[in-house]
Design a protein around this ligand. Structure first.
Ligand code: NAP
Length: 297
């Protein structure tokens, strides 16, 4: 694939942005947001069958490989202006993967490393959050110009239950329905990612990205009911039932155990953030949950 364009017979390289984990739901949203800004993207995907997906979203170059391997990451980072690093969700090797990406970015001399972290990585009780804190620490010590984005739980997560919500009016959650959680629209996160990757002034920043004040699951269900025009009821699913279903759907033991810890933490403490930083970055109020449901519907 072409990676140069010509103006007055002089070859200028196109400044390229590498996105890792590019075929996942976060990666796809970030490719779309960068494509809307006419930014050239190099996508790192794991499987050949994911190449077409990211090309259709606008990726200029696609590399197939395993991000745990230094040689793959070195090749992926070579010649790019910036890296947007997305680790696969709930991955036991997140620290190694982060260190590998950082080392590759250093060798390639990239100008900007943006890390897709999570809200409250300081929480040791949630192992995948804690791993992200270690990657943030490695980034501080790397000498790379960095920006860290810390998104709350995506509003899009409710779509995993969409059929039950639409057909039966039930919103099942593996914690108490009074549990209060802050969420954020993944499309807002992708827009914020594209902003920090393309506008000056974000190096050295760590941004908590939250869409709305924390809501109970009863409130979440009620908002869905209003948008859909029929009642939706939040229902607490016993953790053992959730874990059995999660294993049957293909999640590994590590993923199930880690997510159980996260749900237990949510139930005990909630998960609270503040939307001001995201509103400031986007220059508009973040998408509300009601707006998200209306769009999804
Ligand atoms: N979901 C949320 O609410 C939320 C909130 C805040 C932060 N986050 C963070 O956002 C990040 C991305 O989440 P996501 O749900 O978009 O991820 P995802 O859907 O798991 O996507 C990750 C992508 O990486 C690929 N991949 C897996 N292992 C790989 C490897 N060894 N080498 C190369 N590629 C590999 C996957 O390919 P396969 O399809 O082959 O597996 C997948 O396409 C996670 O770190 C998560 O913690 C999520």
């Amino acid at each position: 694939m072409e990676i140069g364009y010509q103006i007055s017979n002089i070859q200028y390289p196109i400044p390229m942005i590498l996105i890792t984990g590019a075929a996942g739901k976060t990666g796809r949203a970030v490719i779309r947001a960068l494509n809307a800004k006419r930014q050239a993207v190099r996508a790192l995907v794991r499987r050949p069958e994911q190449v077409q997906t990211v090309e259709e979203l606008g990726a200029r170059e696609v590399l197939v490989g395993d991000m745990r391997h230094q040689a793959t990451m070195d090749q992926a980072a070579r010649g790019v202006r910036a890296v947007y690093h997305i680790c696969p969700n709930v991955n036991p090797d997140e620290v190694l993967i982060g260190q590998t990406a950082i080392a590759a970015a250093r060798s390639a001399g990239v100008e900007h490393f943006v890390y897709h972290s999570v809200l409250h990585p300081q929480t040791e009780a949630m192992p995948h959050h804690w791993q992200k804190l270690r990657v943030e620490e490695a980034l501080f010590e790397s000498g790379l110009p960095f920006t860290i984005l810390q998104p709350a739980a995506y509003m899009q997560n409710v779509l995993g239950y969409w059929e039950r919500i639409l057909a039966g009016g039930i919103y099942p959650v593996p914690y108490a329905i009074e549990t209060r959680l802050s969420m954020v629209d993944l499309e807002d996160i992708a827009e914020a990612a594209a902003l920090v990757l393309t506008e000056p002034g974000h190096v050295g920043a760590t941004y908590e990205l939250v869409g709305a004040e924390a809501m109970s699951q009863t409130e979440v269900a009620s908002i869905m009911g209003q948008a859909l025009g029929h009642p939706v009821r939040a229902e607490s699913v016993p953790m053992k039932t959730w874990a059995r279903q999660a294993r049957a759907s293909g999640l590994s033991d590590y993923q199930v155990e880690t997510l159980v810890k996260m749900f237990q933490y949510y139930e005990q403490y909630g998960f609270h953030g503040n939307p001001h930083v995201l509103g400031w970055l986007l220059g508009r109020p973040p998408t509300t949950f009601a707006e998200f449901v209306a769009r999804a519907w």
